[in-house]
Design a protein around this ligand. Structure first.
Ligand SMILES: Cc1cc2nc3c(=O)[nH]c(=O)nc-3n(C[C@H](O)[C@H](O)[C@H](O)COP(=O)(O)O)c2cc1C
Length: 366
């Protein structure tokens, strides 16, 4: 299932950046989930380029849900979403047909698909495809909201500027809901300045996104290959530009002692919780009831306007590449909602596997 993810609830992606349309098919979703179109619009708005720190490509992301929704509710049959491409300038990409952009998927796509790939705008590998993931994720979020699960992502670090980590998970997630530039402390202007400087330098910058998933009960996940970490990172690594995923205190746990790293248990209002959350809410691949917390490392945007060395694949020689297209000097801001969406798809799928798909139809607490 090359372009499909998920066991009980699955998402299939299709389309190319400069083709007619992109889209997603969501299969296995419970019937009876109320579709809030304004919520889908607001999620798409968070992914859409909106400021000087983003690409100049302007896509309205007008979508149609062509099946699986009737009278405003999911029917339980496959939900197909189509988003036509409108602001397309394919001439921007004619030069990269034979001269792959370093760090993008042009070369690997050419090797895999033998020259038949739609290379325009990165084709099927373009960040544009994530708009379809965002619609699929928004539908899963509506289902999750009904069972008390909430997801939030903020930019923990960008171009050397740090935000504070999550403190009060639920409050922080709610505070992020209203933010176009998702940070928890007063660092937006400094991050923006650094991103704009990179743009001026014809360069790009990366960052780290931190995500918290609140409200998933203990006992979800499988002990070996389908661990919660395994399933989430499998899907998160599908997001173009994500090059690292760590759970809880992640790599820094390797430098702690056991007494520093261990999350001690205690009862709070009759419920087992942990005092710290270094394990990111997961023990043995299974949720322990604490918020699931992870970081994603997002690399600098590959397409930069600086001249770079590459190869000419037809003439079989080294050459230089000067990109003229429209690109984000930093992906992190726009990737935050994509990480939320992918997380929602994974958690909805894992909950459906544990409790049955109809768990969302009933709503209520898990
Ligand atoms: C929301 C979003 C927007 C992106 N925009 C661009 C872009 O404008 N230019 C670019 O070169 N890469 C962009 N990317 C990153 C590429 O899609 C990604 O680097 C490429 O597919 C190669 O995959 P990899 O980096 O995971 O190896 C974007 C990614 C996301 C998630």
């Amino acid at each position: 299932m090359k372009n499909t993810f998920g066991a009980s609830i699955s998402v299939t992606l299709f389309g190319e950046s400069h083709g007619e349309a992109i889209g997603a098919v969501i299969d296995g979703m419970s019937p009876g989930i109320k579709i809030d179109y304004s919520f889908i619009d607001s999620q798409l708005g968070r992914r859409r380029p909106s400021s000087g720190t983003d690409t100049a490509r302007q896509e309205k992301d007008e979508y149609s849900i062509v099946s699986g929704v009737f009278n405003g509710y999911t029917t339980g049959t496959p939900i197909a979403v189509i988003i036509p491409n409108k602001d397309v300038k394919s001439s921007d990409y004619s030069s990269i047909k034979d001269t792959p952009r370093p760090s993008h998927a042009d070369y690997t796509a050419r090797v895999k698909y033998g020259g038949y790939e739609d290379y325009r705008g990165g084709g099927h590998f373009s960040g544009r495809i994530t708009a379809a993931l965002v619609v699929a994720g928004a539908i899963c979020m509506m289902a999750l909201e009904g069972v008390g699960v909430k997801i939030g992502t903020h930019i923990l670090k960008c171009a050397g500027v740090c935000d504070r980590p999550f403190e009060n998970y639920l409050d922080d997630i709610c505070c992020l809901e209203g933010k176009a530039f998702p940070v928890l402390s007063d660092v937006e202007s400094e991050m923006t300045e650094r991103i704009l400087q990179a743009k001026k330098d014809c360069d790009s910058v990366g960052g780290i996104l931190q995500t918290a998933i609140y409200g998933v009960p203990a006992g979800v996940g499988e002990p070996w290959f389908d661990t919660v970490e395994g399933v989430l990172s499998h899907a998160l690594f599908s997001i173009g530009g994500v090059k690292g995923v760590e759970f809880g205190s992640g790599f820094s746990m390797s430098e702690m002692t056991g007494s520093q790293a261990n999350d001690e248990f205690l009862y709070e209002d009759g419920r087992v919780i942990t005092k710290t959350n270094n394990n990111g809410g997961i023990n043995g691949g299974i949720t322990n009831g604490m918020p699931i917390v992870f970081n994603c490392a997002v690399k600098p945007t590959p397409s930069i306007l600086k001249e770079q060395k590459t190869v000419n694949l037809t003439e079989k020689r080294d050459t230089v590449l000067k990109i003229n297209g429209r690109h984000d000097p930093a992906i992190v801001r726009r990737a935050a909602v994509v990480v939320n969406s992918v997380s929602a798809i994974c958690i909805a799928d894992m909950l459906a596997q544990r409790y049955g798909t109809n768990v969302f139809a009933k709503g209520g607490k898990l």
